[in-house]
Ligand binder design. Structure first.
Ligand SMILES: Cc1cc2nc3c(=O)[nH]c(=O)nc-3n(C[C@H](O)[C@H](O)[C@H](O)COP(=O)(O)OP(=O)(O)OC[C@H]3O[C@@H](n4cnc5c(N)ncnc54)[C@H](O)[C@@H]3O)c2cc1C
Length: 434
């Protein structure tokens, strides 16, 4: 016997759980299905979970600043008790180096001014106060270890940075997803695990449900693809990939954890750093460690992968990130053995997500989160719920884009910005920075 819901959300990662929650809060009978065994066990579990308020576009920046407020008020947003506790947002701030490549952050500061996002400019001396012992010589352009000049300074020095105090990281992204699951369940939302969708069924010109691997059919007039790095595989079930201008692909990432430099009190001073000159970002991690990630420099070949067959072992890439960070922080120890995680982003051509309807009535997509949408969780959930509700009530979003008014900023934005059929956004950084 098939079961009936108002909406089936494929995926119970942080974005899928938020969409389930927001629809359930609007009275929808929702079901999140996930092939994993628990919420947030997909790419969310290995997210760096950095919450920052600087982006390349006005819409991206506004969404990030709006998203920040929900993390700041997480208990209020979740609104219930979770027996596992609530995820913690550590507001340690973000320090971003000014480089030629990022236009010395002029545009990011202008966007921050426009949106009233607090920030302060730092000169070289002030950078040293936050990063004692930093070697501020320039190393750009980033190079691979097999290229001449790797780890050797080029000409000049970092002259300044910008510190955005409203930012930090979420200590446990999986727990945050569990919080959303519990919040959704509190208003009637359901979750099914170990449930892999292998078919999206259609009848009478619209979706009508999904079929699970074991053959079980579940019915709903609305199906939402929130499959993370599996998004293109799910779209392939309905032949959608060829019918959108944008596409999504899984991009492999290595995230090493290292012991922070011993020459300063990292527990006290440690914050998010984003350093385009050495193409590396960092953040404090549990156990007093420092987490490192790549800012995807041109010299590094992109590892496009099949999300089901990705090699989850760290390779020399993780060591490259560590050596790049040690260019800036010479006191950083280079470990003999590297620890860390391997995960995939779900990347679009312009590294901006797709939050949209499709040309199949009832089929929606929240995909292509490009390594930068964890921070936007609540906003993405609310935007998708607004979009789905409006489209199901008859609005033609492709011709008359649905608008969304942000609750904290009071700003109204067009959800059409995230269209599957947009032109590539040339304002993007074309990297994980969005
Ligand atoms: C290494 C890394 C670092 C990141 N760092 C940051 C950061 O610092 N800040 C930031 O804002 N963002 C960051 N991100 C991005 C952010 O984590 C993601 O955008 C977000 O977690 C995606 O959530 P999701 O729910 O869309 O996808 P996922 O968490 O990947 O969830 C998708 C789910 O779909 C399920 N699924 C797939 N196919 C099927 C199927 N056929 N049937 C049933 N279930 C299926 C999977 O099992 C999975 O659980 C990072 C991402 C990565 C990978």
């Amino acid at each position: 016997m098939s079961k009936q819901y108002d909406a089936i959300i494929i995926g119970a990662g942080i974005i899928g759980a938020a969409i389930g929650l927001e629809l359930a809060r609007r009275g929808w009978k929702t079901l999140n299905v996930d092939k994993n065994g628990a919420a947030g066990f997909g790419s969310t579990s290995n997210s760096s979970a950095i919450i920052r308020t600087y982006y390349s576009t006005l819409d991206g920046t506004a969404m990030a600043y709006e998203g920040y407020h929900y993390w700041r008020d997480w208990a209020k947003y979740v609104g219930i008790e979770d027996e596992s506790g609530l995820a913690q947002f550590r507001e340690c701030g973000c320090l971003v180096m000014k480089t030629e490549h990022n236009g010395y952050l002029e545009k990011a500061m202008q966007l921050s001014n426009e949106l009233g996002i607090p920030h302060e400019e730092l000169n070289a001396e002030q950078i040293q106060a936050w990063l004692p012992g930093a070697d501020l010589r320039l190393y750009a352009p980033a190079k691979r270890p097999d290229q001449e000049g790797f780890a050797e300074p080029t000409e000049g020095e970092i002259q300044g940075a910008v510190r955005w105090p409203r930012g930090g990281y979420v200590t446990d992204p999986q727990l945050a997803t569990h919080n959303l699951q519990r919040a959704a369940e509190a208003v009637g939302g359901k979750f099914r695990f170990y449930a892999e969708v292998i078919e999206i069924r259609q009848a009478n010109g619209r979706v009508c449900g999904v079929t699970l691997k074991e053959g079980e059919q579940i019915d709903a007039p609305v199906v939402v693809n929130v499959g993370g790095p599996h998004s293109s595989k799910i779209n392939a079930l309905v032949g959608l990939n060829e019918r959108m201008k944008m596409s999504t692909r899984a991009l492999r990432q290595e995230i090493p954890y290292v012991t922070p430099p011993q020459n300063f009190d990292y527990a006290k001073l440690g914050m998010i750093t984003s350093d385009g000159d050495i193409a590396t970002y960092s953040r404090p991690a549990s156990g007093g460690m420092m987490l490192l990630g790549s800012e995807d420099p041109d010299c590094d070949a992109k590892e496009w992968v099949d999300a089901d067959e990705m090699d989850r072992n760290l390779t020399e890439h993780a060591m490259t990130h560590i050596i790049r960070m040690a260019q800036r922080l010479p006191e950083l120890g280079i470990p003999n053995q590297v620890r860390g995680v391997v995960e995939a982003y779900d990347v679009t051509e312009d590294w901006i997500p797709i939050y949209d309807k499709t040309d199949i009535p009832g089929y929606y997509i929240a995909i292509g989160t490009s390594g930068n949408q964890f921070k936007n969780t609540a906003v993405a959930g609310k935007m998708m719920a607004t979009l789905i509700t409006a489209c199901e009530a008859g609005q033609d979003h492709d011709r008359d884009p649905v608008q969304y008014t942000m609750e904290y900023l009071g700003r109204t934005v067009s959800i059409g910005f995230y269209s599957r059929n947009r032109e590539i956004n040339q304002d993007s950084s074309f990297s994980v920075l969005g």
